[in-house]
Design a protein around this ligand. Structure first.
Ligand code: DAH
Length: 396
């Protein structure tokens, strides 16, 4: 290596190429830097901040060059600098200890045609793959516990041959209430304190928009659109103007079910839900059906399961009754068939697909939060929406 920086006399491309070629050859000569000491000397020689050759070249050639020569000079200077840095990197990788060959294996000979392919590859790729390094740990997301429970419920019904249907969260009064046999001003509407969309009063009442208060409107949407047999589950978000407390949230989730066909009876409903509760909470769980009221089912029932915490003996969780109330259900009210048949007859005036003389069905609806809280023993619904990682990580 020479410390001498020759004087540049002309700046045409050929002269510049020649001057830089000499320097590049100097860099190349130093390619076999065998140890860390030699490398450091090479680095100082070329890249040293005060006396490094690149600094001297920059001072001697670049600074005094005429303006029009600065660009071609700078270009070549940068290429030279890259070459120096590349050389350093290359020799650095040569210092990485070689992998220990298996006994009796000559790495160089074991490679292609006995040539030293292994070392050649290593030179080309200064960062060889080190399979002994620990892998990058990825933390993929997990389904939210509510979503998990919702999927579990849906799965149980998929195994029974149900498929999934979805509907809009912004719904009309017709689908959310009227077609489900809640006439305007009917007191049953009060049980579902509704969030109305603004500026709807100019419309006929059935067309007014609201946030759906339950997933039941999708029953109607499905039956308007398709003929029996129907076996669907409808998971989704619902909204009510409820104050948040430990068991209520203004936004929550439901899974609705609907089965419509010829000869569907209340015992089909009982058998289906008994199976579903056993699938969700364990085969020991018992179910019982209590008379109840929903405008769109007749008869209607509340389903209770034997308390999964005390096995039915009575504890604080089941208020010492041995039973936990879980969902609503019933046989689809013929008034409901009549309401959406009217819609169907707008397309085909003779439509008789859902003649209640031939067609019957059952429906049910359950709150996902309530089921997830029972499954996991969670006492405050707010945990689900808090986004607190300490809570959520327990479900990973
Ligand atoms: N939609 C009812 C609610 O939100 C729940 C329900 C009860 C759904 C009975 C049904 C049913 O399909 O048959 O309170």
């Amino acid at each position: 290596m020479s410390d001498h920086i020759p004087q540049l006399t002309s700046y045409d491309d050929l002269s510049l190429d020649a001057a830089f070629a000499t320097l590049a050859a100097e860099v190349q000569q130093a390619s076999e830097l065998r140890d860390a000491e030699a490398q450091e000397a090479f680095r100082l020689h070329w890249l040293g901040r005060k006396q490094g050759r690149l600094k001297l070249i920059s001072d001697a050639w670049l600074k005094s060059a005429p303006v029009e020569a600065k660009k071609p000079l700078g270009l070549r200077f940068n290429q030279l600098k890259e070459k120096v840095e590349w050389q350093l990197q290359l020799s650095n990788s040569n210092l990485v200890p070689d992998p220990i060959p298996a006994p009796g294996v000559d790495i160089a000979r074991a490679t292609l045609g006995g040539t030293n392919q292994y070392l050649a590859d290593k030179k080309r790729n200064p960062y060889p793959l080190d399979v002994t390094l620990p892998g990058a740990i990825r933390t993929p997301g997990i389904p939210h516990p509510l979503l998990k429970t919702m999927q579990e419920i849906v799965q149980v019904f998929h195994h029974l041959g149900y498929s999934t249907n979805l509907g809009p969260q912004v719904e009309t009064d017709f689908y959310n209430f009227e077609a489900l046999n809640f006439p305007p001003n009917h007191p049953a509407r009060d049980t579902q304190d509704t969030l109305q969309i603004a500026h709807q009063t100019g419309k006929p009442s059935r067309d007014r928009l609201l946030m759906r208060t339950h997933t039941s409107p999708v029953q109607i949407r499905t039956m308007v659109a398709q003929a029996p047999p129907i076996r669907i589950v409808i998971p989704g978000k619902v909204h009510r103007n409820d104050a948040a407390d430990a068991t209520h949230s203004p936004i929550f989730h439901q899974v609705e079910g609907l089965c419509v066909d010829t000869n569907i009876t209340f015992s089909d409903l009982k058998g289906t839900l008994d199976h579903a509760m056993k699938a969700l909470f364990g085969s020991d769980v018992k179910t019982r059906f209590f008379p109840s009221f929903f405008p769109f089912t007749e008869p209607s029932a509340d389903v209770q399961i034997s308390c999964i915490f005390c096995g039915g003996k009575g504890c604080r969780k089941c208020k010492h009754s041995g039973w936990i109330e879980l969902l609503g259900c019933g046989m689809v009210d013929p008034h409901v068939f009549a309401a959406f048949t009217e819609e169907r007859r707008k397309i085909n005036p003779a439509d008789d697909t859902y003649n209640p003389e031939r067609i019957t069905g059952f429906a049910f609806g359950m709150g996902v939060e309530r089921i997830a809280m029972i499954q996991h023993g969670i006492s405050d619904i707010g945990h689900f929406y808090s986004g607190d990682m300490r809570f959520l990580e327990q479900f990973a």
